[in-house]
Design a protein around this ligand. Structure first.
Ligand code: ZN
Ligand code: ZN
Ligand code: ZN
Ligand code: ZN
Ligand code: ZN
Ligand code: ZN
Length: 327
């Protein structure tokens, strides 16, 4: 499923709660990662095109599709949209980040090469339905905020190829994992940074309602993501006219940030990357059973370690890593 139609959630009103309850009452379990359900730009639902390259994001494709949420959208014209759609239906649509193997660090927002064969700068979380990339130093700092030595060591390990589980898989307050079957233990997930809380651990000022007296904006929405609360944590200022933080958080390597593409070490040159026409041509001329592989992601690299694990779980240092993470 690569082109999806998700009920429009309209963040400011969150009127889709009823739809969502209805959906679950009918036993329709969501199979896609939750973040697929909303547009990466505006966090609203509707007609979305899903990237098949591993970032697990969806986007409003044209201005028309993003009109009601005032979404910046991919800005495709009708001809481009039809081409992208054809690719997406075959599971071959890649967003600009996945196409160029340059992804933003979910912690600092900067673009870096995720090309594992040519000096990668950002690495993808090992969790199946995560999709976030990080600089080794950025993820280390979040996971080991109070232990510089451990953070430095962990940074080297990640840069050396060790798989890691990123901070969005543990509650910021109690450090426990999610349990979707226990409502209080479901996650409230920030859409802008690696911050999650259990429903029961959600700070009071990340509120499901707007408090006009206190002038605190709504920061949490129930019923938009399946079995999760969508939040913007306190780090992000809510823009009154949008009902969301500023939407400058997505950076594509070419059009919006040519410098980042330029400094990307070992990046394939522009002419090496097939455009949509080329891909469709190739597709038409090749055996339909041999689909091109989706873009390389950080998964399936070296053996996993649990980045939240205490030292006794770091049993086998990887070759080339810095070995034991000790207190
Ligand atoms: Zn959008
Ligand atoms: Zn992508
Ligand atoms: Zn970073
Ligand atoms: Zn993750
Ligand atoms: Zn918690
Ligand atoms: Zn946040």
């Amino acid at each position: 499923m690569a082109v999806i139609k998700v009920r429009v959630s309209k963040l400011r009103k969150a009127k889709s709660v009823e739809d969502s309850r209805h959906k679950r009452a009918n036993g329709e379990a969501p199979v896609e990662p939750q973040q697929r359900e909303v547009c990466a730009f505006c966090d609203d639902g509707g007609d979305l095109i899903c990237c098949d390259g591993g970032c697990l994001r969806s986007f409003h494709p044209t201005k028309g599709h993003g009109e009601r949420s005032m979404c910046t959208t991919l800005g495709l014209n009708e001809a481009k949209w039809q081409k992208h759609k054809a690719l997406a239906e075959k599971g071959l649509y890649l967003c600009e980040n996945c196409k160029h193997k340059q992804h933003q660090c979910f912690a600092c927002g900067l673009l870096g090469s995720s090309n594992l064969t040519a000096g990668p700068e950002v690495f993808q979380c090992k969790e199946q339905k995560c999709g976030h990339f990080y600089h080794p130093g950025c993820v280390a700092k979040i996971l080991y905020p109070d232990n510089k030595a451990k953070a430095t060591c962990f940074e080297h390990c990640v840069a050396g190829g060790l798989e890691f589980s990123c901070p969005v898989h543990k509650c910021k307050r109690c450090k426990e994992a999610e349990n979707k079957h226990d409502k209080e233990m479901q996650f409230a997930v920030c859409r802008r940074c690696p911050t999650v809380y259990h429903r029961k651990c959600l700070p009071r000022d990340i509120s499901l309602v707007e408090d006009e007296e206190e002038a605190t904006p709504q920061r949490a929405w129930d019923g938009i993501l399946p079995d999760q609360i969508l939040i913007y944590c306190r780090k992000h200022e809510i823009q009154e006219e949008l009902g969301t933080p500023k939407r400058d958080h997505i950076v594509f390597p070419d059009a919006r940030n040519p410098d980042a593409a330029e400094r990307h070490r070992g990046a394939p040159h522009g002419h090496d990357i097939p455009d949509e026409d080329e891909l469709l041509d190739r597709l038409a001329s090749c055996n339909p059973s041999q689909s091109p592989q989706p873009a390389e992601t950080g998964r399936g690299r070296v053996k996993p370690i649990d980045s939240f694990a205490p030292k006794h779980l770091f049993l086998r240092p990887q070759p080339g890593s810095c070995g034991w993470l000790d207190d």
